[in-house]
Design a protein around this ligand. Structure first.
Ligand code: ADP
Ligand code: X15
Length: 396
């Protein structure tokens, strides 16, 4: 793999695409800095070599012009703390200020550019815009795994201007290595745990995983589409009516391939979507009219936990319930603890997806699993077997 270990950055300016798309509260405090800390090893290696670092990123989804709430300026104090040195900031990612500040940058110094998505050219993958960005550095490094599934100017198009000077950062390399380990080098038994809101988001992944896993656990909101497809009464639980046939065919495929498919047998049900709702336990095929399933129930926890704890490779994408509300967090927490127990017993556990990472963090388990990916959509697409534009651009 073409990583930054192949070169020394002494006397060079590295232009690094990072994914600093971090959540901010209304006072611009960073509520989860995982994506920033994950990029530190790359930045520090280049600084240690004596190189200068120019960081570029997007933040949020601005509509194509500057908006203060999406300014990367808000990240400068925390990034300076993390690096133990003052980070310079340019009010624009191209133009005179960016050029002058990059030129003036000495080895060991760090410059952060303003949000790339303040230009609509970024998401359009505009070649002229990519070329302007490319002028700022001598070497291009892509460490933005979370954005690697986007064919944008800074993530993919820019690479053509560095035919002999484009590399993966350590975060990219680590993410790809771990995803590969699960997808093509899994020690058995291999269990995938899928959850979250919608089946439709994860169909392709489920289909592909049926060729790889020994067990597939399906929980969360998507489980009710399976329950209804099998003739169950699901009240007003989340359902995708147009995916009922697909759910049945996935059950059939699992059977044909000898995959142990586990669906919840019971649920924590509620009379409305709120932490103040009245709750009860119900069989998954017998949920009262007007009630909805918002977490897996106690019997399902026991069944799922057994399989998780006996696994040697685990891929977890999507929470088991509405873990953001205390009344519906038990299923996700129990599965998280089972993943940790399996990991302590030698399993490799990979957690992916923004909400799954948030759930693991909420229960304080981040340090106790093998790897929490910084990618949501990017990891899913990689696992589905798609070529990520950000990866392809470096490799070709
Ligand atoms: N039974 C359920 N009913 C409604 N929403 C659910 C249910 N179970 C989980 N969810 C919601 O699904 C969301 C996460 O789904 P998703 O985006 O697919 O996960 P990820 O970001 O980990 O890939 C969470 O906000 C969670 O509250
Ligand atoms: O947060 C991100 O992806 P994710 O929501 O899939 O985790 C990335 O920064 C990509 O952002 P985008 O989905 O606006 O292109």
């Amino acid at each position: 793999m073409k990583t930054i270990d192949l070169i020394s950055f002494t006397g060079k300016k590295a232009l690094i695409r990072v994914d600093f798309n971090v959540p901010l509260d209304k006072d611009y405090n960073i509520t989860d800095d995982n994506r920033m800390t994950a990029a530190l090893p790359t930045i520090n290696k280049i600084l240690k070599d004596g190189g200068a670092v120019i960081l570029m990123s997007h933040l949020g989804r601005p509509k194509g012009g500057p908006e203060d709430k999406y300014s990367l300026r808000h990240l400068v104090p925390h990034l300076s703390d993390l690096l133990g040195q003052q980070v310079e900031f340019a009010d624009d990612c191209i133009g005179t200020e960016a050029i002058e500040k990059s030129k003036a940058l000495e080895g060991g110094e760090v410059l952060l550019l303003e949000n790339l998505r303040f230009y609509k050219e970024e998401e359009k993958g505009d070649v002229a815009f990519a070329e302007k960005l490319s002028k700022l550095g001598d070497i291009y490094v892509n460490d933005a795994f979370g954005t690697a599934h986007r064919a944008h100017a800074s993530t993919a198009v820019i690479a053509q201007f560095f035919p002999n000077a484009k590399f993966f950062g350590y975060l990219m390399a680590g993410e790809l290595k771990n995803a590969e380990k699960v997808l093509n080098g899994a020690v058995r038994p291999f269990t995938a745990i899928m959850g979250g809101a919608k089946v439709s988001d994860k169909i392709e992944l489920i289909e592909r995983l049926l060729d790889k896993v020994d067990s597939l656990i399906i929980g969360g909101g998507m489980a009710y589409t399976f329950a209804k497809a099998q003739g169950g009464k699901i009240g007003k639980s989340l359902v995708e009516e147009d995916k009922l046939d697909l759910a049945l065919s996935l059950i059939e495929k699992a059977k044909a391939k000898g995959v142990n498919l586990l669906l919840p047998t019971d649920s924590v049900i509620a009379d409305n979507f709120s932490n103040d709702a009245n709750t009860a336990i119900a069989q998954n095929n017998d949920i009262k009219d007007g009630w909805m399933g918002l977490d897996i129930g106690p019997d399902s926890i026991v069944e799922f936990t057994k399989v998780v704890e006996g696994s040697k490779t685990l891929l977890w994408n999507g929470p088991m319930g509405v873990f953001e509300m205390e009344k519906f967090e038990a299923g996700t927490k129990a599965i998280g603890l089972a993943v940790v127990k399996a990991t302590e017993n030698g399993a490799f556990s990979l957690i992916g997806g923004g909400d799954s990472a948030a759930a693991v963090a909420k229960f304080g388990l981040t340090e106790d699993v093998s790897y929490v990916s910084t990618g949501g959509g990017a990891l899913l697409e990689y696992m589905e077997g798609k070529e990520l534009p950000g990866v392809k651009a470096i490799n070709e």
